[in-house]
Design a binder for this molecule. Sequence first.
Ligand code: C2E
Ligand code: MG
Ligand code: MG
Length: 660
Amino acid sequence: MMRFNLDNKNSIMTEQTAGWRCMVALHLEDLRHCMEFLAIAYGAGSLYQIGLRRDGAEFPIGLRIRTMKYNDPGNYEFCALLRDITDQKNSERRLFYLEKARAEISLNSIRDAVIGTDITGRIDYLNRAAENMTGWSRNEALGRPVSDVVQIINRVTRKRDLNSIEIVLQSNTHSVASTDTVLIRRDGSEVTIEDSAAPLRDENKQLTGAVMVLHDISAARTMTMKMAHLTQHDFLTNLPNRLLLNDRITQAIIHAERRDTQLVVLFLDLDNFKHINDSLGHAIGDKLLQSVAQRLCACMRISDTISRQGGDEFVILLTEENQPIDATRIAEKILSNLSVPHAIDQHMLHVTTSIGISTYPDDAKNAETLIKNADTAMYYAKEKGRNSYQYFKSDMNVRAVERQAIESSLRLALERNELILYYQPKVNLKSGKITGAEALIRWQHPDRGLLLPNRFVPVAEECGLIIQIGRWVLREACVQNRKWFLAGLHPGSIAVNISALEFRRMDFVEEVGTILKDSDLPPESLQLEITESVLMRDAESSIMVLQQLKNMGVQLAVDDFGTGYSSLSYLHQFPIDVLKIDQSFVQDIVTDQDNGVIVSAVIAMGNSLKQQVVAEGVEQKNQLSFLQGQHCEEGQGYLFSRPICAEQFALLLKTGINCI
Ligand code: C2E
Ligand code: MG
Ligand code: MG
């Protein structure tokens, strides 16, 4: 406790009280302030002052003053409590620096740039991220106008913009984050940012400056753009996807309508891609699709849109530039470019394509129908024999519906026992004896009558049903052959057609073994017919499968020989027993000299390779004579017998064929 009298300002009387250190002197100036305050306050007060020790050292004091007496004006008596608050101040200062350091560390460790300015817009704070983002060091930036350091342009207009601190200092309110902003760094490079700022105010709410936060959104923007790209492009080939294509066609239609021009849509579907995927795996399939995409891009104009619809389907939009579109020429170019073998890993893959073509405004007036009609036309190209193109015609839609109907009723055909096998004899051309039969599938359709395989086998292959159907055919044929044998007939071998999808299945060989065992048929009584094009599609793996079947004792035949692109080097390596010359060669064997030569050459080659040669489609006597003259061993055709049901075939085995 210390008493002091205002009349004696220079000598303060002090009195020591427990717990309080006695102060010897106060700065006179401070004391004056203190008194002035008291004079105004007329009463109690608590002040922080600087104490001065006798030795001249300063220290902080806490001063609490109370009026003790108030006798007459000008004569005050006060009681003052003086406390040395050095410790308190020290810890407060420590805390302040600690907080400051903590804030500094935090601000330096965040990725966002933080820049502070005074009220004139001169920079008074810059964290580390701000140094990196702007390219200005703290030393160089401090004191500079913020507009020197944070130069902003609009991303879209590329015009100079105010930065958010400038906005805040002008408007005295918060500035909202803007995303269309690009920061020009000190070296001229650009960063896409999101910037926002807030005003700084003193305790009287007066503006003293502003602080700005710059958030680098280049990565987020790149990601957004990537996402946008992904939603419009196919991940595998990077071609525009269905969505973008629809958009492009719709735009192109608007232009074409205005300029009275044409548009052409080509719908491409790879032939037998499914088989490649199933037999060689998806990785190879994917690479093949990429290779196809590259070929397509290489043979089209930049202005054409090449898109992948998914799977092995591609759609191309052609727009008229300066002259009418020659869709025929383009379709032919695509067919020939794609049919060059694709080198994928160690495989040389042969793919062909079927193309459907539709035209705006003749075939459809909107994107969806244009694509749909081109798709329908593509199916016709497939039916026509693949590796070809077809223009859309309006009556195609009716048949497309029919095709769909076949697919759905085919699913039930197996369960309902609507499938049956017919048998066509193979005949020795010297002796006229039946050497075996080819099993040929028929569908006894409840509404449509007896359907031939060309009406439903391609559909079954497309939708994968051929696996179950093929399994059924194989079992049925083996069982039937065994039955004939047990009935004392001599049916010879039974030939079964195997489609690509079956042949490429991992468990195919095993399945053949099981069926042979179940039907108790000796393996040499079964002949598997695989078309030349299926064997050649992946010759290396074909050799492996054929070898496994061969080891089992099964006979192997190349069906429709002459229609694929056999390379003779492979033909030597295929462990083949039989070559079946395609009926197209046999048909005009006598009239067309070229075909005659080809058939003679195949027979000679087969004989030299110790392969049995069977001529398919023998219908006329003169064809038979020609074949006999060329020492063709066997024949098959209407001349001997049409394909017939099992009962009729049994009769034929008994009676024999007498046309030789
Ligand atoms: P393919 O294996 O080449 O069978 C020969 C085709 O020629 C049969 O047609 C047969 O009826 C026909 N043909 C036989 N002799 C003559 C003739 O003298 N003149 C004419 N113009 N044609 C003759 P089909 O039965 O319509 O079978 C067509 C194709 O369907 C077969 O050709 C085969 O590739 C396929 N196919 C038949 N059955 C099956 C089967 O069970 N599974 C599989 N995957 N395909 C089958
Ligand atoms: Mg056949
Ligand atoms: Mg054939």
